[in-house]
Design a protein around this ligand. Structure first.
Ligand code: FAD
Length: 248
């Protein structure tokens, strides 16, 4: 069955902005922890965080962590997201989990777009579904020939495509998320991880608006860092960011 991505913010550091402000104030203050706590309570945390961001004092941002649940994404996405090393991942196993009677997969939107363009009545999408069904059959065949259970699954999965669905739980701190959003919300990033990154940005921004106020690709708050490879669509990207900040 075709599936599409779901992203949830499962949990985050309690009062993430205050946690960051407290850590940063400690660096600049002679006060003890009790004084700092009341200082942070009294201060304008949002403005303070914005100042830290502009100063590049990003180590304080590491004190706030965010845990996302992600489903309906491909193993192709998994290969990309796990390249981010300052993060923790738990991923559904293809050894312990039998794909069973139903094989879930992701279809690139370009196939439906091509169907539309060619006015082919969905023929290309059907062709793709047929290919996925074939691979699932191969998987089942190998599973029954090899040992059923964990051993069978671990070898049968070799015939599965990059399109196979995976599910994961990902934790990143706010500093890593800022870096992740810069790379992966950019139009240069591959479509699937880009869509997931935008959804994560929306959720993180709701939980800690000051921390992620300027988050996103470099063109959001300055000049595009992609040089000749730039998509040239900075205005469109900024509009998307504004819309997502306003909850649209
Ligand atoms: C558009 C795009 C195309 C890509 N194409 C390819 C490709 O063709 N082939 C490919 O292999 N990868 C590709 N990548 C993946 C890319 O090379 C990185 O592996 C991935 O984006 C993780 O980013 P990172 O290493 O900056 O950050 P993270 O792993 O998220 O780490 C964050 C930061 O911590 C620091 N850091 C982490 N680990 C170390 C370390 N060991 N030593 C020093 N500093 C460290 C760095 O400053 C790093 O930027 C692509 C990424 C993008 C966005």
């Amino acid at each position: 069955m075709r599936v599409t991505p779901t992203v949830e913010l499962l949990k985050h550091t309690e009062d993430p902005e205050r946690a960051i402000a407290l850590a940063a104030k400690l660096c600049y203050s002679k006060s003890d922890l009790d004084d700092l706590r009341s200082d942070v309570d009294a201060s304008d945390v949002g403005r303070f965080i914005s100042m830290l961001y502009s100063l590049g004092h990003l180590s304080a941002f590491e004190h706030a962590s965010f845990t996302f649940g992600i489903e309906g994404v491909s193993r192709a996405l998994l290969a990309q997201i796990t390249r981010h090393r300052i993060a923790s991942f738990s991923v559904q196993s293809q050894r312990y989990v039998d794909i069973g009677a139903e094989f879930n997969y992701i279809m690139p939107p370009a196939i439906a777009e091509l169907d539309e363009e060619q006015k082919s009545g969905g023929a290309l999408q059907k062709e793709y579904d047929r290919q996925m069904k074939q691979m699932h059959e191969w998987y089942r065949e190998w599973q029954s020939r090899l040992n059923p259970g964990e051993k069978g699954n671990e070898d049968a999965r070799f015939v599965l495509p990059n399109a196979a669905e995976t599910k994961m739980i990902v934790t990143m701190n706010a500093r890593e998320l800022l870096h992740f959003f810069e790379l992966r919300c950019c139009n240069r990033a591959q479509w699937e991880i880009r869509e997931v990154a935008w959804r994560m940005l929306e959720l993180a921004s709701r939980a800690a608006p000051a921390v992620f106020a300027k988050a996103g690709p470099s063109c959001i708050s300055g000049v595009c860092s992609e040089g000749k490879m730039s998509c040239g669509k900075a205005a469109e990207v900024k509009a998307r960011r504004n819309a997502s900040q306003n909850g649209k």
